[in-house]
Design a binder for this molecule. Structure first.
Ligand SMILES: Nc1ncnc2c1ncn2[C@@H]1O[C@H](COP(=O)(O)OP(=O)(O)OP(=O)(O)O)[C@@H](O)[C@H]1O
Length: 251
């Protein structure tokens, strides 16, 4: 089933065309790697999907609805969710409190300051939070404030929070950037275990990681979709090799 249809999307900044006639469909449950050299437009493309930017031309459909002009919060409600390259956690709050805030929003509840509330009134939210913390190996550390975590752990929590919202499509922008090898292995392992029906699009600079995670690769180059094919085809593609072996760094 097609959940996302991107039709001839262009994006210009001040007359400079960053994305040109980008078109493709995404089926539910697909795991798609997005690669391309520095400045190819990968993050800009994610911004167009989330509604953080509007396309200059073209149309984006989600589950058959034209969402091109929809603001980001509406798209998030539809289940188009991203994690950021930069931290966007509430530093002074614990892992648990950050998670509870996201779960409150997901369930349409009014924001509540949990620490002054009795856990028993929010048993359902707490058990949902605890289950997630357990899956992510964070249960024991749930009361640790986010500011006291390592960079890698903070990134891990951003991904967990994205997943906690129960997205239809999760956009991950360099999920392992700045992580140690063991943190990277941990995240990759968790990503491979996500529910089959969840659609993932992942910008990732490490090709070994992305070839292991993705079943389909979209190579953006100079604002165009250069290749949209399987990892095997992309790995052996002369143009991809040229970009890698040549002076252009692919990120
Ligand atoms: N808001 C903006 N205003 C002007 N130019 C922008 C804006 N956002 C991005 N750009 C430009 O668009 C181009 C593509 O940027 P983008 O961040 O999408 O590339 P990318 O493929 O994600 O690169 P990287 O791998 O380095 O993150 C860059 O030249 C960037 O300077």
């Amino acid at each position: 089933m097609t959940i996302l249809k991107v039709d001839a999307v262009n994006k210009s900044f001040g007359g400079l065309e960053i994305l040109k006639e980008v078109s493709f469909n995404v089926n539910q449950g697909e795991r798609i790697g997005v690669i391309g050299p520095n400045g190819a437009g990968k993050t800009t493309f994610f911004n167009l999907l989330t509604g953080d930017l509007s396309p200059s031309k073209g149309t984006i459909y989600f589950n058959g609805s034209n969402i091109t002009k929809e603001p980001n919060y509406r798209r998030a409600r539809r289940g188009i969710v991203r994690t950021f390259q930069k931290n966007n956690l509430l530093d002074e709050l614990s892992i648990l409190d950050n998670l509870l805030l996201v779960l409150q929003r997901k369930h349409g509840l009014k924001y509540t300051w949990f620490r002054i509330r009795k856990e028993k009134y929010y048993a359902k939210l707490y058990s949902e939070a605890e289950e997630l913390l357990d899956t992510w190996g964070l249960y024991k550390r749930r009361h640790v404030n986010v500011k006291n975590l390592s960079y890698g752990e903070q990134r891990q929590i951003e991904i967990m929070l994205g997943i906690a919202t129960d997205p239809s499509i999760l956009l991950l922008d360099e999920p392992t950037a700045g992580m140690s090898q063991s943190e990277t292995d941990y995240i990759v392992n968790l990503l491979t275990k996500l529910p089959e029906e969840l659609t993932l699009m992942i910008i990732e600079h490490d090709l070994d990681i992305i070839f292991g995670l993705a079943e389909r690769m979209i190579v953006l180059h100079d604002g165009h979709v250069l290749i949209d094919d399987s990892p095997e085809i992309v790995r052996d593609h002369p143009q991809v090799n040229e970009i890698y072996m040549g002076s252009e760094e692919i990120v």
